[in-house]
Ligand binder design. Structure first.
Ligand code: NAD
Ligand code: TYD
Length: 352
């Protein structure tokens, strides 16, 4: 088997760290280059298990720096790119949209340019852009996002991801860059920064703090276990057809309020608290501006064409996730001890 040099951007983040670990454990002929700026969301502790692997290389750097990115491609002549680096939190995008334009749009275009300029012979190469279902906008009570659904982003985050998806397709059409894209629903699992709904609630329940539910709590998301997403990414990278888009989802829709109540009950048991204790922490707060009502994915294309199936039901996945956070208290303390700001507390503390 020939050695391949694979660039993974954002490999110190939540999903990226699971992908780095999966690839290193599965493909002994891959040299993995993890390029990450280590923002508040990137944490090398996520990669402790594999940091001594001789096939693993960490590069600290910013995808917004075009010269630096071009130099990396010149130096390493990567065979493939999995691009996950991004600003990823909707609430932060409402406060600081420009940071999202810089990393998600400019950073992606810098990577595309570097691939275009350096992959003179692109035979066997692949540029894989990892994106979100949020680019499709919001669904009503019924319907599903398919790969043909028109883009209709509402938040600065989803607008920046939609823009980056368009650039990726434009480089395929204009310069014949070998690309593939996937759009996935909400992920949950270990190592997720505790500003997103599930880890935030786990952390707050543990510390007996209020559980902020935006608006009436009837907003709906489709949830997929992060390790299943990493498996889907593996399938798309290796078997996905160039130029194609694949929607990835868990066939697992939950209204936020029902999800949080389920989590409360699970954690009553885990923390040996009387039934009903944690639900008392639920606090309905001011809604997120531009809040998308419902996301739901039709994942039949990746199921039929690449054989992808989620491996876990949600209750099991949630339990594994809660256990991980309860066993990794120091991880939580470390990632929240820096100059991280809890955007919810600043913006949404106001009760409805
Ligand atoms: P994350 O915020 O946990 O991690 C992002 C990583 O990118 C961090 O390690 C960070 O340090 C790095 N990064 C940020 N800006 C950078 C820059 N300018 N240069 C280099 N590195 C930079 O995000 P995540 O939840 O792991 O998401 C990864 C990707 O998957 C993103 O592209 C996101 O849009 C997409 N996605 C996420 C979800 C989800 O539910 N989390 C769902 C679908 C798609
Ligand atoms: P989030 O985890 O931020 O993911 P996204 O906005 O990308 O879907 O939020 C998931 C859902 O939970 C979304 O409808 C917003 C809501 N939410 C709350 O009600 N309270 C919170 O504290 C957070 C962070 C999110």
């Amino acid at each position: 088997m020939s050695t391949k040099k694979i660039l993974i951007t954002g490999g110190a983040g939540f999903i990226g760290s699971h992908v780095v670990k999966l690839f290193l454990n599965k493909y002994s002929n891959y040299e993995i280059y993890n390029l990450d700026k280590l923002t508040y969301a990137g944490n090398l502790e996520n990669l402790k298990e594999i940091e001594a692997n001789p096939n693993y290389h960490f590069i600290k750097g910013d995808i917004v720096d075009a010269n630096f990115i071009n130099g990396l491609f010149e130096e390493y002549n990567f065979d493939g790119v999995l691009h996950l680096a991004a600003e990823s939190h909707v609430d932060r995008s409402i406060t600081d949209p420009l940071a999202f334009v810089m990393t998600n749009v400019i950073g992606t275009v810098n990577l595309l340019n570097a691939a275009k300029n350096n992959w003179v012979n692109s035979e066997g190469k692949k540029f894989y852009h990892i994106s979100t279902d949020e680019v499709y906008g919001a669904l009503g009570e019924t319907g599903l996002f398919t790969e043909e659904t028109s883009y209709d982003p509402h938040s600065p985050y989803s607008a920046s991801k939609a823009s980056s998806d368009h650039f990726v397709r434009a480089y395929a059409d204009t310069y014949k860059l070998p690309v593939v894209i996937s759009n996935c629903s909400n992920n949950y699992g270990s190592h997720q920064f505790p500003e997103k709904l599930i880890p935030l609630c786990i952390n707050n329940i543990k510390h007996n703090k209020a559980l902020p539910i935006y608006g009436n709590g009837k907003y709906t998301r489709d949830w997929l276990w992060v390790e299943d997403h990493a498996r889907a990414i593996d399938l798309v990278f290796h078997d996905g057809v160039l130029g194609e888009t694949y929607n990835i989802g868990g066939f697992n829709e939950w209204q936020n309020i029902d999800l949080v109540k389920t989590l409360c009950r699970l954690m009553d048991r885990k923390l040996n608290r009387p039934a009903g204790t944690n639900e008392k922490l639920i606090s309905f707060v001011k809604d997120r501006p531009g809040h998308d009502l419902r996301y739901a994915i039709d994942a039949s294309k990746i199921q039929k064409e690449l054989g992808f199936e989620p491996s876990l039901n949600f209750e099991k996945g949630l339990e594994i996730t809660v256990d991980w956070y309860l066993e990794n208290e120091s991880w939580l303390e470390n990632v929240t001890s820096g100059n991280y700001q809890n955007y919810y507390q600043e913006q949404y503390l106001e009760k409805r």
